[in-house]
Write a protein that binds this ligand. Structure first.
Ligand code: ADE
Length: 242
């Protein structure tokens, strides 16, 4: 079982890399991939850099170079949902790219030509693992659409537009690209994000104050998934643990 983990920033990945044993780091296409073990699970963890292009490059390199069974994109996000506050978790039912826009030639906003999709569905299995772990830890967790774009959202109008156009619960800058690459390559994925800010005018102060703490909440849950994945991935064990 191989679990790929992609984070945009070092603060979103360092807890995960610290937990890995038998570590080896390789560079592929200008991106570093650290492989190792968490329990019996082989983990490939990478800090891809900020934005959709780096995230897409990283996911494709990871798939070609390391053949992960699943990919998790972990990190922080701005909230678009009044029930999600700083430190709470958003889990993707699907991802969208809110800045993909060919509406000028008649397409609906967010449509990704070629695959002809707006929403790219995430793994329900990984999503349910995250929901269970969060519940056991008493962390509020909302499953919904996570919207990505190459913009830090810190403005009420932009926030409203993304929420209204896509029904999204959180916004960030990489999950939609990881989701697109995984969809094309048929690799199950999920995006888990802990809320760091309100994606409105408060984000300017909230983000620097809460990004590290929130990044660690999401990374901690990702470590737990690696620890539990083998157990849950076996259908017999799934039955036993119910
Ligand atoms: N990541 C964390 N907060 C964000 C925001 N407000 N916009 C985009 N990406 C984010």
């Amino acid at each position: 079982m191989k679990l790929g983990v992609i984070a945009a920033m070092k603060i979103e990945a360092e807890i995960i890399i610290a937990k890995m044993t038998d570590k080896k780091t390789e560079s592929l296409g200008g991106i570093e991939y650290t492989t190792g073990k968490i329990g019996d699970c082989t983990v490939i963890c990478s800090v891809c850099g900020i934005g959709k292009v780096f995230a897409g490059m990283c996911a494709q390199g990871m798939i070609i170079g390391f053949s992960p069974d699943y990919i998790i994109n972990t990190g922080v996000a701005g909230t678009l949902d009044s029930s999600l506050s700083i430190g709470d978790i958003a889990v993707s039912s699907a991802v969208v790219q809110h800045d993909m826009d060919t509406s000028g030639i008649g397409d609906p906003p967010g449509l990704i030509s070629g695959i002809n999709m707006i929403e790219m569905p995430a793994s329900e299995f990984l999503g349910s693992l995250i929901t269970d772990i969060a519940k056991k830890r008493g962390i509020k967790c909302v499953t919904g659409i996570i919207a990505s774009g190459d913009q830090f959202i810190a403005d009420g109008n932009a926030k409203k537009r993304i929420k209204k156009s896509f029904g999204a619960v959180a916004c960030e800058m990489e999950g939609g690209a990881v989701g697109q690459v995984c969809t094309v390559n048929k690799v199950p994925f999920v995006v888990i994000r802990a809320i760091s800010d309100d994606a409105d005018s408060g984000a300017v102060e909230d983000y620097p104050s809460f990004a590290k703490k929130s990044a660690e909440i999401s990374a901690d849950i990702t470590v737990k998934i690696a620890e539990e994945l083998l157990l849950h991935d076996n259908p017999e064990n799934q039955k036993l643990s119910l």
